[in-house]
Design a protein. Structure first.
Length: 442
């Protein structure tokens, strides 16, 4: 099922496409292509200004990695959503070089009187009065880690695929919960994600820099990385391809974790990357622990570990692809957008997200199921435990701008994900947010 021109639609947002998007299957290729289209002129672009942040980044922990990840990119969205106060903007002025020669390759704006900036100001004023519950998030994710090691070892010891099945689901819950931590400054809990055979570096590119900032656009790596096998953009597909995706999807879920490791190995062998870190070895402490304490042979331990990995992969990608972003009523590039020139970034997130009413209200469910997703996208550095307390302010600003958050059932998003795979005709109008009634659920 090779890529073809129907897999590569023009952006209805006016975004110039990455030059290799038909082949864009690694995060390093995505970064290289992004540099080619971002009009940052070898520097860092924030809005229409160009900045040289080399010295500033190198002075901070983990600076060398962020230097490699971000130079030559337009980081406007990332800068705006990762800094809640105006202080970083004042610091940024010290590193100004010149104005950019061309307009941004994105229509998203952050006007002071716009939706997102208004919401951010209200949130910042509210934060000091909110309860601090990050310790509960820490306790939950640490508990999941202990349960993962215990269940996996018992699964190997007693050669129980039931226990292995349970362990795989715990692995998925742990990996999703770790997503709460790799949006923050470097911390040890973010490396719990590595037990899934994926790495924090990969997801900081594919998820933090790409998906969160340019959700459901042709610049969203989490869209392009599934193509051509799963095509969520509304493009022409033959009946066989359309419905064949329903059969292909489970295979993609099952092999997702293994694919991430295999891709990294192939890239390393071919000399296309040298990004191997000591923290990548975290993934292998689980099978080592299973081997040392189960009494099983190395082969049996390896087989059970791979079973756990496959179950965890199936769970994570099933939840991830049906949690918030794929439904015929959600905007995907190719659909009619609100604007190609003055599109408030916060409104764009509302257009690209649905919320599940069964998940909101429970920290455990939110932490382990990508819950409170719209607020998380807009304020990714805030701990998930804070998000539920932001809804009163969120509703106030939604009302002020005469818009809404789509709060639906888990079944709606589940069915919607499969329906989106079948979608071939782009929506002729932007999403209708006002028909949803948030008051029923909050």
């Amino acid at each position: 099922m090779p890529p073809n021109v129907s897999d590569i639609p023009p952006s209805t947002l006016g975004i110039i496409p990455p030059p290799r998007r038909a082949k864009n299957q690694t995060v390093d290729m995505w970064l290289e292509d992004k540099v080619a289209i971002d009009r940052a002129e070898g520097l860092w672009r924030v809005h229409d200004g160009l900045y040289d942040l080399t010295d500033f980044i190198q002075k901070h922990p983990g600076g060398s990695e962020w230097l490699e990840l971000s130079k030559g990119l337009d980081i406007t969205e990332a800068f705006e959503v990762h800094h809640l106060t105006n202080q970083p903007s004042q610091v940024l002025k010290k590193y100004f070089v010149r104005n950019a020669k061309e307009r941004r390759n994105a229509p998203f704006t952050f006007k002071e009187d716009g939706f997102y900036k208004t919401l951010k100001k209200e949130i910042v004023e509210t934060l000091p009065s909110l309860p601090k519950r990050s310790n509960l998030s820490n306790l939950l994710i640490d508990s999941l880690l202990v349960v993962l090691f215990l269940l996996s070892t018992l699964a190997a010891k007693y050669w129980s695929f039931t226990l292995g099945w349970m362990s795989g689901h715990v692995l998925a819950l742990l990996s999703i919960a770790a997503h709460n931590y790799f949006h923050k400054k470097d911390n040890f809990r973010m490396y719990y994600f590595n037990f899934s055979l994926q790495t924090v570096r990969e997801w900081r590119i594919s998820h933090v820099l790409s998906h969160h900032m340019h959700t459901n656009t042709i610049d969203d790596y989490e869209i392009s990385s599934w193509a051509p096998f799963l095509q969520y953009l509304p493009v022409k597909k033959s009946p066989i391809r359309r419905y064949g995706q329903w059969l292909v999807a489970p295979l993609m879920w099952i092999t997702g974790f293994h694919k991430a490791l295999l891709t990294r190995i192939i890239e390393l062998i071919n000399g296309r990357t040298n990004h191997i870190k000591k923290t990548d070895l975290v993934a292998f402490t689980l099978p080592l622990f299973m081997y040392l304490f189960s009494g099983q042979s190395m082969l049996n331990t390896f087989l059970m570990w791979n079973f756990v990995i496959a179950i965890g992969s199936t769970h994570l990608f099933f939840v991830g692809l049906h949690a918030a972003h794929h439904h015929p009523e959600i905007f995907h590039d190719g659909d009619q957008p609100r604007s190609q020139e003055d599109y408030d970034w916060g409104i764009s997130q509302l257009d690209a997200v649905m919320e599940r009413k069964e998940i909101s209200g429970s920290l455990f469910l939110v932490l382990t199921n990508f819950g409170d997703h719209a607020l998380h996208h807009m304020f990714p550095t805030l701990d998930h435990s804070t998000l539920e307390h932001l809804y009163p302010v969120f509703k106030k600003v939604l009302t002020k701008f005469d818009t809404n958050l789509r709060m639906v059932s888990q079944l709606d998003t589940l069915c919607g994900g499969f329906q989106q795979l079948l979608k071939v005709t782009p929506s002729e109008a932007p999403p209708d947010l006002k028909k949803y009634d948030l008051k029923k659920y909050k």
